[in-house]
Design a protein around this ligand. Structure first.
Ligand code: GAF
Length: 388
C-alpha cells in the first residue's frame, strides 16, 4: 500500500502546494461476467489496489495532469473547446472532466497528480479506478456533491464516449460502493445491490496471467453488439423485452431459430450467467461455498465456449487452480482476452495455493504470474492526514 505522505511529497515537489488526496479501488468480479451491459446481475468486490489522485486548486481554469506511471504530463483548458481523445492514459481523466462539465458541474482549475497501483490490463478495473478517483477529486474540490450513482454513470459515459469502450457500469459502481469484507450482488438495471459477506474461511485469490487485454480494441464492443442484435431479433416475438435480462432460458430455447449460431451462443451465456449469479448469491447466503464454486466453474466454461472471451493462458490458470488443494472455484474475471482469474480458496491453503500455482504456470508458459491474496475493500473516498 502506498503511503499518503509519499504522494503528498511528490505533489509538493511538482506543484509546490499541499494537496487533498482521493483514492479509488480496482475490483474483482466473483461471478456475473458481461452481464452488466445486458441489464443483468454481477457480483463484484472492490479490492485493496488503488488509484490515487492528489489535487490542489489553480487560479485559472486549466487542469494540469501528471501521471506517475507514465512519467507524463497532459492537460485541458476548461475555458476552451473540448479536446479530442489521444488514445493515451489522459483520455480517462479528461473524459471524466468533460462529463462532469457536461452534467452541469462547474469545475475549478486544478493541478492533479495521478498514481495507480491497480495492475493495468489485468481485468481488475484500472480504468474505472482512475476515472472514479479523478471524478471524486474534481467534484469535491469544486464544491460539487454529486450522488455516487450519478458519478458512476458519468465515469461509465466517459469511457463509452471519450475512450471508446462500450463498457457497462459494474466497475465504476463497485469502485464507488465497495464494502469491506463484502461482495455486492448488483442489479445492473436498477443499480440496487445487496451486500454479501465473504466468510473468513475463504480467501479471494487473484492470479494475473500477465497477458494483457485491450478492452477498447474491438472484441468487447463486438460482444456487446452481438447481445443487442439478439435483443432486436427476439423482440420481434417477445415485444416486452429491453435487454437479455428479460429473456428466460425457456424463451431463448423456443426462439433460437431467430438467431445465428454465434448470436445464440452469446445470448445463452448471458441468460445462463444471470441465473448462475443469482444462484451463487443464494449459495453464499446459505454458507454453501462448494455450490458457489460450482457456479464459478460453469461460468468459466460458458465464457470460454459460448462467449469466447477466454484465452489459452486463462484456461490454463483455471485448470491449474483445480489441481491445487482447498480450491472451491476458479474462473476468469473481467472482460477477458487475457488478464486474471479469481479463485475461491480455503483460507488454510491460500499460501500454498499461491506458491504452487505460480510455479506451475511459470513452468508451462515461461511467464512469471502475479498472485494476490485479496480482501474486499471499501469504495472510493478522500484520505485524511490521520490516514498517513
Ligand atoms: C469490463 C467492463 F468494463 C465491465 O463493464 C464488464 O462488462 C466486464 O468487462 C465484463 O463483465 O470490466
Amino acid at each position: 500500500m502506498r503511503q499518503l505522505s509519499t504522494i503528498v511529497e511528490r505533489f509538493r515537489d511538482r506543484f509546490g502546494a499541499v494537496p487533498r488526496v482521493y483514492r479509488a479501488p480496482g475490483r474483482v468480479n466473483l461471478i456475473g461476467e458481461h452481464t452488466d451491459y445486458n441489464d443483468g446481475f454481477a457480483m463484484p468486490a472492490a479490492i485493496e489496489f488503488y488509484c490515487w489522485v492528489a489535487i490542489s486548486p489553480r487560479e485559472d481554469r486549466k487542469l494540469c495532469l501528471y501521471s506517475e506511471e507514465f512519467s507524463s504530463e497532459s492537460g485541458v483548458d476548461l475555458a476552451a473547446d473540448a479536446p479530442a481523445p489521444t488514445k493515451s492514459w489522459s483520455d480517462y481523466p479528461i473524459g471524466v472532466t468533460l462529463q462532469l462539465e457536461g452534467a452541469g458541474f462547474h469545475l475549478r482549475g486544478a493541478n492533479l497528480l495521478i498514481e495507480s497501483e491497480v495492475p493495468m490490463g489485468a481485468g481488475l478495473s484500472s480504468s474505472a479506478a482512475i476515472e472514479v478517483a479523478t471524478a471524486l477529486a474534481l467534484a469535491e474540490q469544486s464544491g460539487a456533491k454529486p450522488e455516487r450513482v450519478q458519478l458512476a454513470r458519468l465515469c461509465q459515459k466517459a469511457e463509452n464516449e471519450f475512450v471508446g469502450a462500450r463498457v457497462g457500469i459494474m466497475d465504476q459502481f463497485v469502485s464507488l460502493h465497495g464494502q469491506k469484507d463484502h461482495a455486492l450482488l448488483l442489479d445492473c438495471r436498477s443499480l440496487t445491490f445487496e451486500s454479501l459477506a465473504i466468510p473468513d474461511s475463504v480467501k479471494l485469490v487473484i492470479s494475473n496471467t500477465m497477458v494483457k487485454h485491450e478492452l477498447a480494441s474491438g472484441e468487447y464492443n463486438h460482444r456487446r453488439a452481438d447481445c443487442e442484435e439478439a435483443v432486436r431479433r427476439l423482440a420481434t416475438v417477445l415485444p416486452g423485452i429491453r435487454a437479455l435480462r428479460d429473456v428466460s432460458p425457456e424463451q431463448l430455447e423456443k426462439h433460437k431459430g431467430l438467431l445465428t449460431d454465434v448470436i445464440y451462443k452469446r445470448a445463452l451465456h448471458i441468460v445462463s450467467e444471470n441465473a448462475r449469479t443469482l444462484d451463487a448469491a443464494a449459495a453464499l447466503r446459505a454458507g454453501d461455498i462448494d455450490r458457489f464454486g460450482k457456479r464459478m466453474a460453469e461460468s468459466h466454461r460458458s465464457l470460454r465456449d459460448l462467449y469466447e472471451v477466454s484465452c489459452m493462458e486463462l484456461d490454463l490458470m483455471v485448470d491449474l487452480a483445480y489441481q491445487q488443494k482447498g480450491v472451491h472455484g476458479a474462473r476468469m474475471t473481467g472482460g477477458g482476452f487475457g488478464g486474471a482469474t479469481i479463485n475461491l480458496v480455503d483460507a488454510r491453503f491460500a499460501g500454498e495455493f499461491k506458491e504452487k500455482i505460480a510455479k506451475a504456470y511459470q513452468h508451462e508458459t515461461g511467464l512469471l504470474p502475479q498472485i494476490y491474496i485479496c480482501k474486499p475493500a471499501e469504495g472510493a473516498g478522500p484520505l485524511l492526514s490521520s490516514d498517513v
